[in-house]
Ligand binder design. Structure first.
Ligand SMILES: NC(=O)c1ccc[n+]([C@@H]2O[C@H](COP(=O)([O-])OP(=O)(O)OC[C@H]3O[C@@H](n4cnc5c(N)ncnc54)[C@H](OP(=O)(O)O)[C@@H]3O)[C@@H](O)[C@H]2O)c1
Length: 389
């Protein structure tokens, strides 16, 4: 029987590569639902091409247009429509490749239904890590990481007993501004920030890679996925993006996961797990590569990494606030409202304003929704004052 898969964020960078992995699966994977935000025409084209009968769009207007154009199939509307797509799909696996905190609800719906979750949407774990992992434990659903670093770690620690692992080490490409001084960063343009040296990705994660916030979010993601304390998760800059992660073991051995940067590898790992599938990815040729280099991250020029670590350590709603403020700041940078170096300032302002009285424990998803909304309001105000300066 083919594995039935729902793909959320099907029109994005990860979503499109997932469709390629499914197309190459020789019928082992079949798609039973597709969802996106607003891009109804590409989503509808995918559904028609792949014979999918049900799609969902988060944006109600986009959903109405798709429904008008597609009388043979069913179009679900809004975040609740995406939840219905998941819970009524009969899926074996849901790939969540929605961008941002908007993906949290879909992760909750998937795990709550006891369906395995292939997770690209790292923001789900950043915002609601404790609740998400508790939900997975309660229903027995598995979380299979799609982020390349975490897919690598998943494989590296699979054969190790917990007491054997000393440290998880995430690699970071360093982004397009590696080596820039804080002064040089003040003048960078949106187009420069979008030109990632090794990975081709959606706009938001590309900016997060340029600020190193992406690595900060990944540290929090790794903490929740593997139950590893923050002090046992390190980051090393590796500009070639060939080594995806490493684990240090108590006997002095260090294991690494290597390969050319191609997101189809971790996507296929999650969609086919525990099987492996063939992909048209060249075998690694180390002699041709010649050398791989590593350096410490520049935490002074790129304060987002430290902000994320601090929010992760603080716990409670701090990572949720960090994430929401980051989304607002990145959007403001992408739309030319603020300079690149204002991104960490906006996040810091939101964390300082909302964490002044300490961070409370998270007891419900409603608490996260409220913290997210509050952080967005504070961050929007910080953007307004930064752009007026
Ligand atoms: N790209 C990568 O290589 C990569 C690697 C590791 C992890 N990730 C993670 O994977 C996630 C997706 O990244 P991406 O680069 O693929 O982003 P992307 O190219 O911007 O695509 C985002 C997808 O999410 C959909 N979407 C946006 N808002 C939505 C909403 N409110 N409800 C439902 N769907 C919504 C978009 O639909 P529309 O087209 O309609 O806007 C699109 O299909 C992110 O969490 C990112 O951090 C990405």
């Amino acid at each position: 029987m083919p594995r039935r898969v729902v793909i959320l964020g099907a029109t994005g960078s990860v979503g499109l590569q997932a469709l390629d992995v499914v197309a190459r699966s020789d019928g082992e994977l079949t798609i039973c639902g597709l969802a996106a935000g607003t891009a109804w025409e590409p989503l509808l084209e995918q559904a028609l091409r792949l014979g999918v009968r049900r799609i969902a769009l988060a944006d109600a207007d986009a959903a109405a247009r798709a429904a008008e154009a597609w009388t043979d199939g069913e179009v679900l509307s809004g975040p609740d429509g995406i939840v219905a797509l998941i819970t009524e799909s009969g899926a074996d696996l849901v790939l969540n490749a929605i961008v941002g905190a908007a993906g949290l609800l879909a992760s909750v719906a998937t795990l709550g239904e006891g369906i395995d979750l292939a997770l690209a949407n790292k923001e789900s774990l950043v915002v609601g890590g404790e609740l998400i992992t508790q939900l997975a434990e309660a229903t027995g659903a598995r979380i299979l990481p799609v982020d390349s670093e975490h897919a690598a770690l998943h494989q590296l620690i699979a054969g190790e007993r917990p007491g054997s692992v000393l440290k998880l080490i995430l690699t970071a490409s360093g982004g397009p501004f590696r080596g820039f001084s804080p002064a040089a960063l003040a003048d960078v343009e949106v187009a420069d920030a979008l030109a990632h040296p090794t990975w081709s990705m959606g706009a938001k994660i590309t900016i997060d890679s340029a600020t190193l916030m992406n690595k900060g979010l990944e540290v929090i993601e790794a903490h929740h996925l593997f139950g590893t304390p923050y002090e046992e998760i390190d980051v090393v800059v590796h500009p070639q993006s060939i080594v995806h992660s490493l684990v240090q073991l108590i006997d002095g051995a260090t294991l690494a996961h290597l390969g050319y940067p191609d997101m189809r590898v971790p996507i296929a790992y999650a969609l086919h797990h525990p099987e492996r599938a063939e992909l048209p990815v060249a075998p690694l040729d180390l002699a041709t590569l010649g050398s791989l280099t590593f350096e410490a991250p520049d935490v002074e020029a790129f304060p987002c990494l430290a902000l994320a670590r601090a929010a992760g350590r603080a716990g409670g709603t701090a990572p949720c606030v960090l994430n929401a403020a980051n989304e607002v700041a990145v959007h403001a940078f992408l739309t030319d409202q603020i300079a690149f170096t204002r991104i960490p300032e906006v996040i810091e302002t939101a964390l300082a304003a909302l964490g002044a009285g300490g961070w409370g424990m998270v007891h419900s998803f409603d608490m996260l929704t409220a913290a997210d909304a509050e952080a967005r309001a504070v961050a929007a105000e910080a953007v307004r004052s930064a752009s007026a300066r």
